[in-house]
Design a protein around this ligand. Structure first.
Ligand code: FAD
Length: 472
């Protein structure tokens, strides 16, 4: 049997219908610290979970993965306890396995296609991915794959989020000379400045960014393309360019009182906490005001991250205020469940209409309307409709607005010939990422609008293939 063939293809196996739970910090403990909530599988749990794989002849899980990881192959190595072979297989297609194993919405992608889903519970593919990446790091020396012979071609990548990191890693392996230009002082994009330590430790992000450096990628931080250097300048000394600048421009609701003290965009709040390490103050140099009652407006991952961060910063009460119902929450189920377990209060079918402040300009109250659900809107979700006259107030001294982000507008606004859609996203070919500028590709949130880590990585992979074929 080929080492890459799942054992289950050879003889029928007894079904274990239950997936193995991953140990977590108990809610009453973790709400008081910033340590990672999920603790990861042990080797025994990983082998036991991997052994549940049915080794389907035509695995649907692979089709559900935007970066086309050969899932049955890496799982079969793990089931045999050959973790080194498993991580090698996994990294053929994914240079950020510890990150995607932690934050990828597997429940709507690979795991949603798993045949075991209809027979009990789908295989825990993400947890196994995370286990293998952490196992490799614990061994000390991370294996670096052999690079192709240098091609003499130079590629500039703007932005060091998952899209930029993936395109850079893939092109470096193919022998091209790749430099990433990053505006912030640390690489990683949202993985570094947005997603909190308790969900994605920064040491894990740094480890995977370091892996890409060791593939030969140079990373220049503190370099804002469109200000420090222009796209035209980069094209002047590189053969190709990739733009992966993400969607970091926060939306507000444009309601009265949004400029009061104590009202933040989730972007600002999380950046102060994560990138600037505000949660470590006074050991770090970023002070963060302690709020007693915090309302987080929104229902996605960003809202859950903001709410759970505010709780850990010592708030007595944290509300998630969302205009639809629980069923429509866009956050990963695991994260909204974690938030509820920790004591976050969900105020559903509630829409803020105004914030009121005190004489010093600090927010003190929010006025809301109750909502009910009507017919589905263009997103397919039931449309929230205001209940007239249902106004009520909630006392708050902190508000975090987490209702969405637009693409970063700087580069399109100063680069002639780079077309944007009416949503502000870059116009790019969906198969290759080619933009309307010569020798310029793009991918990730700057093209799709705010989306997911794995979709950004998938876009990076497609663009890397297209850039390589152009350079060859
Ligand atoms: P980004 O990660 O945004 O990276 C873009 C990078 O480009 C940034 O580092 C930025 O500083 C840099 N940049 C911008 N402009 C310039 C410029 N002019 N010059 C140089 N550099 C520039 N997705 C999931 O799959 N699971 C989750 O659990 C999840 N949770 C999230 C939680 C939060 C708080 C947020 C904000 C997002 C979350 N997402 C999640 C979404 C996910 O993180 C993004 O979809 C993904 O990071 C997009 O990757 P990207 O590479 O396109 O952009």
């Amino acid at each position: 049997m080929s080492p890459d063939k799942p054992q289950g293809q050879e003889k029928p196996k007894k079904l274990n219908l239950h997936r193995h739970e991953m140990p977590k910090q108990p809610p009453e403990v973790r709400r008081g610290n910033f340590n990672e909530v999920a603790l990861g599988y042990t080797s025994d749990l990983a082998i036991a979970e991997a052994s549940r794989c049915m080794g389907c002849k035509q695995p649907k899980c692979v089709a559900g993965c935007p970066v086309e990881i050969d899932i049955p192959a890496f799982i079969s190595h793990a089931a045999r306890g050959d973790f080194a072979a498993a991580i090698r297989k996994l990294k053929e297609k994914n240079c950020l396995p510890a990150v995607s194993g932690r934050v990828c919405p597997q429940e709507t992608q690979c795991e949603s296609k798993c045949i075991l889903k209809n027979k009990g519970a789908e295989l825990a593919i993400g947890r196994l991915e995370r286990f293998l990446a952490d196992w490799e790091a614990e061994q000390g020396e991370v294996e670096i794959p052999r690079r192709a012979k240098p091609t003499g071609k130079k590629v500039a990548v703007v932005g060091s989020g998952p899209a930029g990191i993936t395109v850079a890693g893939d092109l470096a392996l193919l022998g091209h000379e790749v430099t990433i230009f990053e505006a912030l002082h640390k690489a990683g994009g949202v993985l570094t400045y947005g997603i909190p330590e308790f969900r994605l430790p920064k040491s894990v992000v740094a480890r995977e960014v370091d892996y890409v450096r060791r593939l030969g990628v140079e990373i220049q931080t503190d370099c804002v393309i469109g200000k420090t250097r222009s796209v035209d300048e980069l094209l002047g000394d590189h053969d190709a360019l990739f733009i992966g600048t993400g969607a970091g421009l926060p939306w507000f609701m444009n309601i009265p009182g949004e400029n009061l003290n104590g009202v933040y965009s989730a972007n600002e709040y999380l950046t102060r906490m994560n990138l600037m390490e505000g949660f470590l103050f006074p050991r770090s140099s970023t002070p963060v005001k302690k709020h007693r009652v915090v309302a987080v407006v929104g229902g996605g991952n960003v809202a859950m991250d903001s709410a759970r961060t505010a709780l850990r910063m010592g708030a007595d009460k944290v509300y998630v205020v969302y205009r639809r119902s629980h069923e429509e929450l866009p956050a990963r189920l695991e994260e909204s469940e974690n938030a509820e377990e920790e004591g976050i209060v969900f105020k559903m079918l509630t829409l803020p209409v105004r914030y009121m402040g005190d004489e010093k300009g600090w927010v003190r109250e929010m006025e809301c309307l109750r909502m009910e659900l009507g017919e589905p809107d263009s997103s397919g979700r039931k449309r929230p409709v205001e209940v007239k006259g249902s106004n009520f107030t909630i006392p708050v001294d902190g508000v975090i607005c987490a209702i969405g982000n637009s693409p970063n507008p700087l580069i399109p606004s100063v680069t002639p010939g780079l077309d944007v859609t009416e949503r502000g996203t870059l116009v790019a070919d969906p198969e290759t990422g080619k933009t309307t500028r010569d020798r310029t590709w793009a991918g990730g949130d700057i093209v799709t609008g705010a989306a997911t880590v794995i979709l950004a990585m998938g876009a990076g992979r497609k663009a890397a293939k297209a850039i390589h074929s152009f350079l060859s």
